[in-house]
Each structure stands twice: as structure tokens, then as C-alpha cells.
Write a protein that binds this ligand. Sequence first.
Ligand code: 5GP
Length: 208
Amino acid sequence: MSRKGVLSVISGFSGVGKGTIVKKLLSEHDEYAVSISATTRAPRTGETNGREYFFLTKDQFESMIKNNGLIEYAKYVDNYYGTPREYVEGKLAEGKDVILEIDAQGAMQIKRQYPDAVLIFIVPPAAEVLRKRLIGRGTESMDKITDRLKRAGEETAYIEHYDYVVVNDMLDEAVMDVHIIIQSAHMRRKENEDFITSLSKEIKEKFI
Ligand code: 5GP
């Protein structure tokens, strides 16, 4: 069977743990490549340019938009975030399963351009868990946390456009769920048409 790279989008409310899920998936399996986004947001303590994000100025970001260097971009709570085109297209061509950890606005743009992309939305087991995780993470001020929780409320409207929902209660289970979803996409009939055509031909020639 052929192995073209599957493009997946992982979204979820801020603080739901999608970054942790993606990191663990990557450490456990070789077939994945995660796109590093560009953003105009300031780096958090411990974040490095080129590792978590490419940190750009607004001018640099806008010139990437103009040069068609992004496959999607969105404004999220006052900052731009976008996915660089070159990395994603290169890795898919190499057969890697590319993961985009992006927001719902970006996910909708991806679905329009790549209809076979697999859209996964990560949710917490309950609303209050989200607030506790965001406070526990300690990376945002209380004002920013309030903005992000409000944003989560708005993002619920997008869930219906996703293909899969994964509950992040036990981390290991959530990681396995995401892995199974993406790997089953390789078994879609559409992904294997060349193989099916040649196998069918062979069977007909041999047995009819
Ligand atoms: P954070 O500031 O917490 O790192 O990210 C804020 C939000 O931006 C998250 O929901 C994250 O998934 C989203 N995001 C990160 N990179 C991208 C991107 O390249 N495109 C889009 N549309 N959203 C992104």
C-alpha cells in the first residue's frame, strides 16, 4: 500500500494540553513531523525562536502573507499566527504525517485547501478543568487567562466542523487516540486507489 503523508490539524481550547499531546506523539513515533508556526506574539519564558515558533515582527509576518509563504494564518487574541508553506509541503511529499497545531480559523482554511486533511479537536473532560489548567500553567496573567477562556467559549461554535473529538483526561489515552485516528487515515480507500487498481487487475487476470 502507498504511504502518502497525511495532513492533520489539532485544535483545542487554550490550556487543554494539545501541545503536550503532540510532543508525546512525536517522542513515541517516527512518522510525524510537526509544523513550526510563525507568530507575532512575544516569546514566553523558555521559548526559543525556531523551536516553539518563529517569532516575527508584524512587518515580517505581513510580508510572508504577501509572498504566499503561509498556507493559512489567523489573528488570535491580538496576535498573528500562521503556518509556513514550504515545510508542510516538503514533509508531506517525503511521506511524513504532518501535524498542524493551529486554531479553528486556521483549521477551516486548511480544510478548504486540503479536503482530505484530518481535523481533530481536543476537549477537556469538563469546563472547570480548563480554567484550572490555564492557571496551573502559570504562563499568562489573569487578564490573559480571562481572554483565553472567553475565546474558548467562542471556539465551541467550530467543533461541529471537525472530524474527530478527543477528550484529554488521561494523557496516554489521548495520545493513543490521536495516533489511531491519524494512522487509520492511511487506510482510507481513496489513499490506496493505485494499489487497489493494480491488485484488482492482477486478481481478474489470474482468476477470471
Ligand atoms: P499560544 O499563544 O498559546 O502558543 O497559541 C495560541 C493559539 O494559536 C492556539 O490555539 C494555537 O493552536 C494557535 N496557533 C498556533 N500556531 C498557529 C498557526 O500557525 N495558525 C493558526 N491559525 N493558529 C495557530
